[in-house]
Design a protein around this ligand. Structure first.
Ligand code: FA5
Length: 350
């Protein structure tokens, strides 16, 4: 019996020596320590021995079993250490290397300008509201006193969005200005009203240094009893002072918009030539930044307000034009050309 055990020990340890992968070690365990293996057979064979012999042989067999089990454990542990060391070596991280800089995002100049405008008018008591870019003809034109076939529709070259319904083809449009928000808001609210509405607008027109085919406008509307043109001018002077500082010159001139009466255009002296006349300002010395005026009685009646009781003013400015004046940008087409060299000059993140 003892000889069998010694032979088994020698053979098993020699076989374990050869096992080098976890799979081979597991195969070895099944072969030598498994239920059908020689160790199990040996233990079963103890039952046929005389009691005296059985006791000493049993102790030896248990010792052998413990020896083989711990030999396997040692082998598995040392394999694990070697594998971990190899992995640590192959995936080594050099903590002394300098880090890669993380690129910081910046706000687009239009976003910065919109936030400044919201802040300036917010401080003057205006509430900010937003509305849809795809709009009905009714809000973009009809309700603003611009009926079908009215020649003033030519002021805004329109991009149409046609779509099919069960009843046939219908048309919507990409709003040509933010003025539809005047009507949308007045329909749902009663005076007093003091709102501004920033948003994107689209026009089917050729581009140049001061004209894009899509740009942002910033609409303003105030309705109450006793609002006069002086309130409009006072508000816009205050806006110019807050955005451009006290030294900038402001000019109002008569202008025509079907939804205001009287109508005006506001211009700021050109940042590039300081009013002398250049390519940017079309040699006039002035850059037009907005249309404005007193809300037309027909627009008020259309939303159910009595023009004998309520008056109000409205204005709509070009946000990129304001940004051009404020930051000295000489071509509106830079804004959406996605040239990082241009965009990186605006470092603000607020
Ligand atoms: C309007 O769109 C009127 N809705 C403004 C208005 C509102 C008048 C309320 C009265 C009362 P206008 O088409 O002039 O008006 O555009 C307003 C401003 O948008 C212009 O002063 C200019 O600053 C800017 N703008 C107009 N066209 C372009 C363009 N193609 N590219 C960039 N900015 C433009």
């Amino acid at each position: 019996m003892q000889q069998r055990m010694t032979a088994l020990q020698t053979e098993a340890l020699a076989a374990l020596e050869k096992a080098s992968t976890p799979k081979e070690m597991e195969d070895w365990r099944v072969a030598y320590l498994g239920r059908k293996g020689p160790m199990a057979q040996l233990l079963r064979g103890l039952g046929s021995l005389e009691p005296e012999e059985r006791r000493s042989a049993g102790a030896l067999a248990n010792d052998l079993k413990t020896l083989l089990e711990s030999a396997l454990q040692d082998k598995q542990a040392s394999h694990h250490d070697t594998a971990a060391a190899a992995m640590a070596e192959s995936q080594r991280i050099d903590v002394t290397l300098p880090g890669r800089p993380v690129a910081t995002g910046r706000l687009h100049p239009t976003t910065r300008m919109l936030r400044e405008l919201n802040d300036a008018f917010g401080a003057m008591g205006f509430q900010v509201i937003e509305g849809p870019e795809v709009e009905w003809d009714y809000y973009n034109f009809e309700a603003l006193n611009i009926p079908q076939e009215h020649p003033s529709r030519d002021l805004w070259d329109t991009l149409w969005v046609d779509y099919q319904t069960k009843e046939g083809q219908r048309s919507m449009l990409l709003r040509t200005h933010t003025s539809p928000m005047q009507v949308r808001y007045m329909e749902k609210h009663q005076p007093p009203i003091r709102i501004v509405s920033p948003g994107k607008v689209y026009r089917y027109e050729a581009t140049d240094a001061t004209h894009e085919w899509h740009f942002f406008q910033f609409e303003g509307l105030a309705i109450d009893t006793d609002i006069t043109f002086a309130d409009l001018k006072g508000t816009l002077y205050e806006f110019a002072r807050r955005i451009f500082g006290v030294d900038r010159k402001v000019r109002f001139r008569c202008d025509y918009f079907p939804f205001v009466e009287p109508g005006a255009e506001m211009a700021i002296d050109c940042f590039l030539c300081n009013g002398k006349g250049c390519r940017i300002c079309g040699e006039s010395g002035w850059i037009e930044i907005m249309g404005a005026g007193m809300v037309h009685p027909k627009v008020l009646e259309g939303v159910g307000y009595d023009p004998a009781v309520y008056t109000g003013y409205a204005f709509g400015m070009g946000v990129e034009r304001i940004a051009m004046l404020k930051y000295g940008i000489d071509d509106v087409r830079h804004f959406y050309a996605n040239d990082l060299r241009f965009l990186r000059q605006f470092s603000g993140t607020r």
